[in-house]
Design a protein around this ligand. Sequence first.
Ligand code: COA
Length: 310
Amino acid sequence: MKNLPIKIVSTGRYAPDNVMTNDDFSKILDTNDEWITTRTGIKRRHIAQGETAIDMAYKAALKAVENKNYDKEKIDLIIVASITSPVKTPSIANLIQAKLGLNHKNIVAFDINAACSGFVYAVEIAASMISSGNYKSALVIGSEHMSSIIDWEDRSTAILFGDAAGAAIIEVSDNPKDNAYFWNGSRGDDTGILWIDPKVKMAGREVYKFAVDIMPKAIHKVLEKAGLTIDDIDYIIPHQANYRIIQSVAKDMNLPIERFLMNLEEYGNTSAASIPFLLDEHKTNNPEVKRVLFVGFGGGFTWGAAILNV
Ligand code: COA
C-alpha cells in the first residue's frame, strides 16, 4: 500500500469530573485497592453522570478545534470510533457535524466499531480518504461511555473501565517526512472471550495473553513497514488496558517502561478514547513531540499500530 503523508494538526480531550476510586468499588463489590492496583495499575476512573458518548465526543472535538484556533469550516470528514453510542442512528459523527454547526457543508460522517482499536482504525481510514485527494481535513474521535455497558456486579471487569473522549484533526501533508504507516488487523473470535451483549463479559486471562502477544508483534510490523527502528520514535502511545500488559511489552522489546506513555492510573481503560486522549494530554505538556507510535488491541479481536507525526 502506498505511503500516506498526513499530519495531526490539533488534538483535544474530555473526561467527566466525577471520579470513582478503587476504595469506592470496595464499597459495592468484593474487591480492594490492593488487588486492583497490583493486577492492573488502575487507581481511579472518571464516570459520566448524565453525559453520553455523543456529549463527550463533542467536548473533545470542540477542544481540538479551539486548541489551535482551527478553522472548522475546513473539516470535510468526521469519523467517530465508539462502541457505546446511545443510539444506532444517526451516527455520533453525524451529530458532531450538527453540533459543530457544519450542516451546511457536504461532509462525510460515520462511526466505526473496532472496539479498543477503533481510533487507530479510524485514523487509517481518514488517512486513506484524505490521501485520495477527495477530502482535506478529517476530524477523528474516539469516545466511550464504558460505564453504560459495564456489568456493575462483575468485579473482574467493572473495575477496569472509565469514560472519556479524545479527538484529532488530520490534514494531508506534502512533506514526505510526514508519511504515516499502519499495521491494523483482526482475528475473529466467536468463542466469547471478549463480548459485549449487552454488558461486558470477558475471560481476562485469555485477553491478557492475546494482548502481550500481539502488541510487540504490531510494533515490530509497523516499524518494519516504515523502515524505522524504535529509536526513531519519540513516544509509544499504547492502549491503556493494564499496566502489567504494557510492562510485559516493554520487557519483551527490551525497552525502558518510560518509552510508553501511560495515564491508566487515573482513567482506567477508556477503549477507543484511550489513545487520542493520552496523545492530547501528552501534547499539551510536550508540544515538541514529533513522531509517535500508537499500538492497541481490543474486542474482535482487533489490533492497530500506527506511526505518524503530530
Ligand atoms: N478484586 C478481587 N479479586 C478479584 C477481582 C477483583 N476486582 N477480580 C477477579 N478477582 C479474583 C478472581 O475471582 C480470581 O479468584 P479465584 O482465584 O478465587 O478464582 C482471582 O482474582 C484471579 O482472577 P483472574 O481473572 O485469574 O486474575 P488475573 O490475574 O488474570 O487478572 C485481569 C484479571 C482482568 C486484571 C487480567 O486478566 C487482565 O487485565 N486481562 C486483560 C483484560 C483487558 O485488558 N481487557 C480489555 C481489553 S481492551
